[in-house]
Design a protein around this ligand. Structure first.
Ligand code: PDD
Length: 284
């Protein structure tokens, strides 16, 4: 597998990341995951803007994001994924210097890593739905930044897995925020409810796409806080993400959501989403 590491394309086994890398020592970096549909990058600019936001907020300087698109296409080509379903993983850290809590000296070059992988869409999950559990949100106060510091997310996801569920939904002060690796929307009184973006929520790219699809599909949308104690009243719950696209959550904490099967709004939005990805694939 050919990957990109600090300006070079090389075999993954030949990548040598320094033990002094601040990503390794402090989880000091950002990442993003982008879908490629038959060689077409989905919402590339939005992913890039989110990376730029993260770099700015973490004050990581000296990376030119402009070159990443060419690198992404090259990775798809080098790995025979130009006409395949694939994902791209991009990561930037503050670079390698002797361990110190304070920022490294001016001019330290950030580490840039990217890889492309074949992807098998979770078709059954999208069709049949998945279950989730609710867990207390133990993350830091800047969840709007897609940092590589994902320990609370992986702990929550593992907890879900061990409970036989697919996703863990974070709750803080009675508010349902997002999943361990997804955005979460709810349906009540036939309207789509969407928790407002705050420092405790990652601005999901799929969330944005789905909100605009809801408007073309004439589904009412209310951006408002969604409460843990409303769960029993939700007709549907939708999990959204770059790789999941739209997965209906049919059970929460072992209790059926609505009728316990994927609902009308989830199915309608899934069809609309499929239309835009099909259109992207067929573009010449
Ligand atoms: N995760 N919220 C969190 C905490 C996430 O980790 C993700 C995505 C999302 C959805 O964002 P988007 O629609 O832009 O993919 C929301 C990625 C895919 C991951 O960590 O692998």
């Amino acid at each position: 597998m050919v990957v990109f590491f600090n300006g070079e394309f090389l075999e993954k086994e030949n990548v040598a990341i320094s033990p002094d890398d601040r990503g390794f020592l402090f989880a000091d970096g950002v990442y993003d995951v982008v879908r490629a549909y038959r060689g077409r990058l989905f919402r590339w600019q939005e992913h890039l803007d989110r990376l730029a936001h993260g770099l700015k907020e973490l004050r990581i300087e000296g990376v030119s994001l402009g070159g990443l698109e060419k690198i992404a296409f090259q990775l798809l080509k080098e790995n025979g994924l130009e006409a395949a379903e694939a994902t791209l993983y991009l990561q930037i850290t503050r670079g390698a210097t002797l361990r110190s809590h304070r920022f490294p000296p001016q001019g330290t070059i950030p580490t840039v890593y990217a890889e492309a992988n074949p992807f098998t869409p979770p078709i059954e999950l999208r069709k049949k739905g998945a279950s989730a559990i609710i867990v207390p949100d133990e993350r830091w106060g800047r969840c709007d930044i897609k940092t590589i510091n994902l320990l609370p997310n992986t702990m929550a996801n593992q907890r879900a897995f061990e409970a036989g569920a697919f996703e863990a939904i974070f709750a803080r002060d009675g508010l349902l925020l997002e999943g361990s690796h997804s955005s979460i929307l709810f349906v009540k009184d036939d309207a789509l409810l969407c928790p407002p973006l705050t420092n405790f929520i990652l601005p999901g790219i799929t969330r944005n796409v789905v909100l605009s699809l809801a408007s073309t599909e004439s589904i009412s949308v209310h951006i408002r806080p969604c409460l843990e104690n409303e769960v029993a009243e939700f007709q549907e719950i939708l999990m959204l993400g770059t790789t999941s696209e739209i997965v209906p959550i049919t059970k929460v904490n072992g209790i059926s959501v609505g009728t316990g099967v994927p609902g009308r709004i989830a199915r309608k939005l899934q069809s609309a989403f499929r239309r835009i990805t099909q259109e992207l694939k067929s573009r010449s």
